[in-house]
Design a protein around this ligand. Structure first.
Ligand code: A2P
Length: 278
């Protein structure tokens, strides 16, 4: 199966479906990556905070597929904000993964109360220039945080990874991303925080799935990819891994999208990164 990629402002490109890896441990993530690669995944998302970077590197090597064919993302949490600490954070993460570089490095949370994300971003520019990360981006940044980066630094993030699903649609945020060439990446794409099982059992989703001959998760992931969003569903189950990737051969109509729009719990119903993060 060939997975479409979306160009990044770095000149590289990101596969539109990736494997989320929280909360897998090293051993679980390595096994899951082997199964995922067999299903066709080439995009893996981790974070220093997840504690499984070593397993990500092991899993990628165990597939026997050349490293260059994978797109690997990690994120640095607040421990590594300010005073060029991200340089050490990046080197330590690469040591754990036993890789020379990542494809994408993200600031995990803005933590605006600490007021260090602008200086951290300048360190990220150095990390990119040194070749340790092929692209740099952010996660959980609100429009105000992105505007500050734009005003005070010279690099637009390649990606902003945010909680996004038909329950949490963030239209203003996505509009800002589109206007500035920032790719929107969705974590908890299956409705995570509110409970995946309950969300996927919603009659709006199950009735669409039945009519289209697809699973509820495929309907939700199609909602993402059809709008140009990158999604990183986590699964350890081989059958679910495969179905989550198989979302490029059917369409949701305008009416289907309108039905899914009724599931929104408010434009920014997820967590508020002015107040949470680590
Ligand atoms: P499992 O790992 O047993 O497949 P999210 O990435 O949105 O946070 O969702 C992750 C959760 O969704 C996990 O509990 C995962 O369970 C479940 N999940 C992943 N894919 C599917 C699917 N296709 N159908 C149902 N549940 C899924």
């Amino acid at each position: 199966m060939s997975i479409p990629s979306i160009p990044l402002n770095s000149g590289t490109a990101i596969p539109q479906i990736g494997l989320g890896t929280w909360p897998l441990d090293d051993a679980q993530v390595a096994d899951t990556i082997v199964a995922a690669a067999e299903a066709g995944y080439r995009h893996i998302d981790t974070a220093t905070r997840y504690g499984n970077e070593a397993g990500v590197g092991d899993g990628v090597r165990r597939t026997g597929i050349p490293r260059e064919q994978f797109f690997i993302t990690t994120k640095l949490d607040g421990t590594f904000q300010g005073s060029d600490r991200a340089l050490d954070g990046m080197r330590e993460a690469l040591d754990r993964m036993r890789l020379d570089a990542v494809d994408l490095l993200l600031i995990h949370w803005p933590l605006p109360q600490r007021d260090e994300y602008v200086s951290t971003w300048r360190t990220f520019e150095k990390i990119r220039d040194s070749g340790l990360a092929r692209a740099i981006g952010v996660s959980n940044f609100k429009v105000a945080h992105l505007e500050r980066l734009a005003a005070e630094t010279g690099t637009v993030p390649a990606v902003n990874q945010v909680e996004l699903s038909p329950a949490t649609t963030r239209p203003a945020q996505r509009e800002y991303h589109a206007a500035h060439g920032i790719v929107t990446e969705a974590y908890s794409p299956l409705g995570g925080r509110s409970g995946v099982r309950e969300f996927l059992a919603h009659p709006v989703i199950t009735s669409l799935a039945e009519r289209l001959g697809r699973t509820p998760a495929q309907v939700v992931l199609r909602w993402h990819v059809q709008q140009g969003v990158v999604a990183i569903p986590k699964s350890s189950d081989p059958a679910r891994l495969a179905q989550n990737l198989d979302v490029f051969s059917f369409d949701l109509s305008d009416d289907d999208m309108a039905s899914l729009a009724t599931l929104s719990r408010g434009p920014d119903a997820g967590g508020d990164s002015d107040h949470i993060g680590h």
